[in-house]
Design a protein around this ligand. Sequence first.
Ligand code: NAP
Ligand code: MG
Length: 482
Amino acid sequence: MTETNENYVHGEWVPSETGETIDVTNPANPSEIVASYQQSSAADATEAVDAAVAAAEEWRTTPGPERGSILREAGTLLGQRKEELTDLLVAEEGKARAEAAGEVQRAIDIFHYFSVKAADLGGTVKGPSGRNTTLYTRREPVGVAALVTPWNYPIAIPAWKLAPALAAGNTVVLKPASLAPGVALELAKALDEAGLPDGVLNVVTGPGSSVGNEFIENEGTDAVSFTGSSQVGEMVYEQATDAGKRVQTELGGKNPTVVAASADPAEAADIVATGGFGTTGQSCTACSRAIVHEDVYDEFVAELVDRAKSIDIGPGNDHEMGPQVSQSELESTLEYVDIAEDEGATLAAGGGVPEGDDVEEGYFVEPTVFTDVDPEMRIAQEEVFGPVVAVMKVSDFDEGIDVANGVEYGLSASVVTDDHTEANRFVDEAEAGVVKVNEKTTGLELHVPFGGFKRSSSETWREQGDAGLDFYTIEKIVYDNY
Ligand code: NAP
Ligand code: MG
């Protein structure tokens, strides 16, 4: 029988007032129901916000090291459950097992990282103008944080919002993505067992338009951290700023890798293939454009096509590349294949659904390479969110940078070059929040800031590392004349 999961509100596991649940199916085998979740309403969300408001004072005044020890214990519990969490992540989201295990480990590491930060949240002491005066800053929690997260990193993203929010003394309401909510509820389970006081974290599953919307609208929440599509995120940003809340949104991407004339075509193809086809192309930082100097273009294309064709596709537990998360994501990718062909791009690899026993039922798609892509084509401008790389030819490095920057997005960008000046010019001129030299566009370290430029981000606050704490704290300046 399918397990029915409940919401986590005020330290209790409770059903939605709607009495309705929704099934999550396995994208590698959609007839298999993995688990079912509460199809909650705005009223359920309101109750969760009320619980977070009620718990705020106690949590805010809990000493940082004590908050940190709860995060540390939760991280340890998650570590003990790594295998089952990885199973659940593969079953709900579909990614390859190694990718899923890496993501679970990232969530564990994030809890440990912020457990230390919680104990270390100081301010600064400044020299006052007057005598017998102390002048210093304190960092206080913002209050109640509303977190809304996407399905593509269903445990890492909730963890990288939740851990700094709690470390800094905020209480939290979290709405995980409906396609893969299981692992986010596991975070709540671990925190609950680690001794988190009732109401400090509340997790409610259900539609973005009811639960997410209420979290953003409700006057009990003070800060909104959203990761997801630009379309929804821009709406959320308006709504949250109109309501006078602190808000950060991290959104879509159209990430380029520029391949310079000095690049080794095989090395460049490795970088583009791992960045573009890893996680089935469903990373916000996935490489979806290769912008290649004409001197190495033909060789690069041959190498990239080889890699695309050699990827082993199938259920994530025993294959290199898993399915797309849903029928609609698969259809959207296939629609972009049609659009690119209509626009005159050349299909050089993939472009369809694979055949075979293992892949018959699931939302599988072939790693796809388009060549002869013009920078103005939709395939070169719009986020596809599948394993599709558009290859464009340029005749010099300046043109490469122009093409790289010639989109609305600016999340991550990389360059492959042996030329020191080109590498530094790229760092200087790339319009992206993450810039990499001789590396893939994907892959982030947990202790440095992360966020995009342009339509990829609200550009307000960065996430992760020390910067992650800034969003969840507000500074108070104290003048103490004794
Ligand atoms: P999405 O459709 O925008 O959904 C993101 C979250 O917002 C989900 O929890 C969703 O709930 C919720 N939501 C939907 N409508 C809402 C509304 N009206 N009010 C409040 N919340 C609402 O994005 P997705 O399809 O899950 O994720 C893929 C996208 O995320 C891609 O564009 C990707 O580039 C982006 N992404 C960005 C980053 C980054 O850090 N820049 C990282 C990962 C992913 P439901 O699930 O119930 O619809
Ligand atoms: Mg979506």
